[in-house]
Write a protein that binds this ligand. Structure first.
Ligand SMILES: [Zn+2]
Length: 247
């Protein structure tokens, strides 16, 4: 009996020390920013729920979501996922938005979030890209209006299989919408490319904005992509990589 009690005591002490050395990992709390574009919310949320127990999510719709960028709300989430196509922003909202990210809140920007904020160039600097609804000039260079095509099968090529965002992924196929002619900031690190002629060749990249890591992925229009296991892995690894870069 005494031996048993000693044994049990040892187990309890071991568990105490192991948990003290390795505290339970808190999930990465993502805040998905939506608004300004319809999407299939059920399938989109299924994709978010499939990312595993280490990633939890909430959704906030613009313009109300601007409040989440305020200093008092920034501790409520770890990573921003942009899936909005919002256009209007006041100077005050723009300052809070940029401060939040510049000071270290990381971003994964998906699909039509590249088309947001036509009249707010600092947004192009945050995500490192911009789809133009009408001809535009960025950093002195003129761009024609961009174009899009829905429901195309095309091949996605992994630029660097050692990049943490694409690690473990091989070239894969998507059935998705392409965008052509969008601006990509000089100096981004390309993640994904495609030979599909209706698309700009680089369709995924990483960069930094202030202290924050940023990943931008052009794909993600519809359920076929939300359900694609390669895209899910890409999204998960993008969220983990931007989160792990926090100062
Ligand atoms: Zn779309």
């Amino acid at each position: 009996m005494k031996k048993l009690l000693t044994f049990l005591l040892c187990i309890v002490i071991s568990i105490f020390f192991i948990s003290a050395i390795n505290p339970p990992v808190r999930p990465i709390r993502i805040l998905v920013i939506t608004g300004g574009h319809d999407f299939k919310a059920d399938q989109f949320n299924q994709m978010l729920a499939s990312l595993g127990r280490n990633i939890t999510y909430n959704v906030a719709e613009l313009p109300g979501a601007y409040d989440m960028f305020l200093p008092e709300n920034r501790s409520k989430f770890d990573v921003l996922v942009f899936y909005h196509m919002w256009q209007t922003i006041t100077d005050e909202q723009a300052k809070v938005f940029t401060d939040c990210i510049r000071e270290g809140k990381p971003v994964v920007a998906l699909h039509h979030s590249i088309c947001a904020f036509d009249d707010w160039p600092e947004y192009f600097n945050i995500i490192g890209g911009k789809y133009f609804h009408k001809p535009a000039t960025v950093h002195g260079k003129e761009y024609a209006a961009c174009s899009y095509i829905h429901d195309l099968h095309f091949k996605v090529r992994i630029v660097d299989p050692e990049n943490p965002v694409t690690k473990g992924l091989k070239d894969f196929e998507l059935f998705d919408e392409t965008y052509k002619g969008y601006y990509i900031e000089d100096g981004v690190t390309p993640l994904l490319t495609t030979d599909e002629p209706s698309s700009t060749p680089v369709i995924g990249w990483t960069k930094k904005y202030g202290k924050a890591r940023i990943v931008t992925l052009q794909s993600g229009h519809d359920a076929a992509t939300f359900e694609n296991p390669n895209f899910r892995k890409l999204l998960k690894q993008a969220i983990e990589w931007v989160y792990n870069g926090k100062d």
